[in-house]
Design a protein around this ligand. Structure first.
Ligand SMILES: CC(C)(COP(=O)(O)OP(=O)(O)OC[C@H]1O[C@@H](n2cnc3c(N)ncnc32)[C@H](O)[C@@H]1OP(=O)(O)O)[C@@H](O)C(=O)NCCC(=O)NCCS
Length: 171
């Protein structure tokens, strides 16, 4: 598997991959959030804006020509990079690709001066939080509000969603 910065041609396939991984109804993966939020996780317009914002990096994981997954990394001056939009094609999940993407993303960040990586996860996604904890991430105690007023993130199906922050030191 290789993790590289996404090109313009990767963006539409990444939108599809992310929406399938997070909320695809056809074959929900083991961490699907389809019972928590409906609607797309991202659209091409917002992903294109993210890729062009000059700060965030959209990365694609490939095995040859096949796109296996993706992740976004946002550097920060204090060395604490933000990792988001991690996704693996549901047909490929549980085969180790998610772990490989995380390891490659952390290595990419470390080589560019990151000292820690921060993520935010929906509070109710316990299996996913446990998965991150097995990768060395720890809850900071910070719990942020879920963006209920932002329709671009989808339609929440519950009123008790929040965002838990986890951090992993890289040094
Ligand atoms: C989270 C995600 C990236 C993980 O990728 P993956 O390729 O499925 O994960 P891996 O194969 O590397 O790891 C599988 C692990 O999950 C565990 N697992 C598999 N099925 C499971 C289940 N039903 N319940 C709990 N754990 C399970 C495996 O035991 C293994 O654990 P390990 O840490 O002991 O090795 C992927 O499931 C995904 O794309 N999810 C949807 C998008 C998402 O939620 N992104 C994160 C948002 S914060």
């Amino acid at each position: 598997m290789q993790l590289t910065q996404a090109s313009h041609e990767d963006l539409a396939p990444i939108v599809d991959l992310v929406n399938q991984a997070y909320r695809g109804a056809a074959a929900p993966g083991w961490t699907s959030e389809i019972e928590l939020i409906s609607g797309p996780r991202i659209d091409l317009r917002s992903l294109t804006a993210l890729a062009a914002n000059g700060t965030a990096m959209v990365m694609v994981a490939r095995d040859g020509a096949e796109r296996l997954g993706c992740v976004s990394l946002t550097p920060a001056d204090d060395g604490q990079w933000y990792l988001s939009m991690l996704a693996v094609n549901p047909a490929t999940q549980t085969g180790g690709v998610g772990k490989a993407i995380m390891a490659a993303a952390e290595q990419f960040a470390r080589e560019r001066g990151a000292t820690s990586v921060k993520i935010s996860v929906i509070n109710l996604r316990e299996a996913l939080i446990a998965w991150y904890e097995r990768r060395g991430y720890r809850k900071t105690g910070e719990v942020g509000a879920f963006p209920y007023d932002d329709p671009s993130v989808g339609t929440p199906l519950r009123d008790d969603l929040a965002l838990v922050t986890l951090v992993k030191p890289l040094v």
